[in-house]
Design a protein around this ligand. Structure first.
Ligand SMILES: *[C@@H]1O[C@H](CO)[C@@H](O)[C@H](O)[C@H]1NC(C)=O
Ligand SMILES: *[C@@H]1O[C@H](CO)[C@@H](O)[C@H](O)[C@H]1NC(C)=O
Ligand SMILES: *[C@@H]1O[C@H](CO)[C@@H](O)[C@H](O)[C@H]1NC(C)=O
Ligand SMILES: *[C@@H]1O[C@H](CO)[C@@H](O)[C@H](O)[C@H]1NC(C)=O
Length: 184
């Protein structure tokens, strides 16, 4: 009886792992297409012109060498980048003259990606012994906090937004690169 139970559990575990692997491959392709949609939308936010400030938001070291990231960390980093991006595009961009419809679509697309990642994120964070401090996420948060700080300091000016938009656009290409780490 016990043996049978163990066998069943082993089978179940096996099945779950397979399901998860498939899940990651599917996830990767979904995120990839959603990401390029986001980049296209961001490029359409070009109603006004302003020279981009040369700002260094100090990219976290851990992120600069993504090849050292574990798959789990990559998932958490991607999720956090999306969450922070959404937060930024909920801020006051009245000075930019951006098309609201485009921004709304961008937010919806980012949100969609977050929804797709949610199960994977829960799975990781609900593990025993999980702590955020052991992940690169706190560094990612600080990086985005510097971006927000900059926007605030510049009173959400058109030029500040141009700089931030360019930075976020580069982040999306970076994010696309991170997706390669969601392999099995
Ligand atoms: C903004 O970009 C879109 C798509 O690339 C283009 O069709 C449009 O003419 C551009 N708008 C301005 C003001 O340059
Ligand atoms: C905003 O973008 C949408 C979708 O591309 C377009 O239909 C609409 O005309 C634009 N609005 C303005 C004010 O340019
Ligand atoms: C959790 O941490 C404790 C104490 O550090 C350790 O004994 C245990 O093996 C860890 N469990 C897992 C699943 O890593
Ligand atoms: C944002 O984009 C830059 C430029 O590609 C990249 O180096 C950086 O790592 C990105 N930021 C984060 C938090 O990943």
């Amino acid at each position: 009886m016990t043996n049978r139970c163990i066998l069943q559990m082993a089978l179940l575990l096996c099945f779950c792992t397979v399901a998860l692997s498939r899940n990651y491959n599917l996830l990767r392709s979904q995120l990839r297409s959603s990401n390029s949609a986001c980049q296209n939308l961001l490029r359409q936010l070009n109603g006004t012109y302003c020279r981009e400030d040369r700002m260094n938001f100090e990219v976290p070291e851990e992120i600069e060498q993504p090849q050292q990231l574990q798959k789990e960390d990559a998932v958490l980093v991607i999720y956090e980048m999306l969450r922070q991006t959404l937060g930024i595009f909920r801020r006051n961009f009245a000075s930019t003259g951006w098309n609201e419809t485009i921004v709304e679509r961008l937010r919806a697309e980012v949100h969609l990606q977050m929804d797709r990642l949610e199960t994977n994120v829960d799975e990781i964070t609900e593990k025993e012994n999980f702590t955020w401090e052991n992940t690169p996420v706190p560094h990612v948060r600080k990086y985005y906090a510097r971006i927000v700080q900059y926007l605030k300091a510049k009173k959400y000016s058109r030029c500040a937004w141009t700089t931030v938009q360019a930075e976020i656009l580069r982040n999306f290409s970076f994010l696309t690169g991170l997706l390669d780490y969601l392999q099995n």
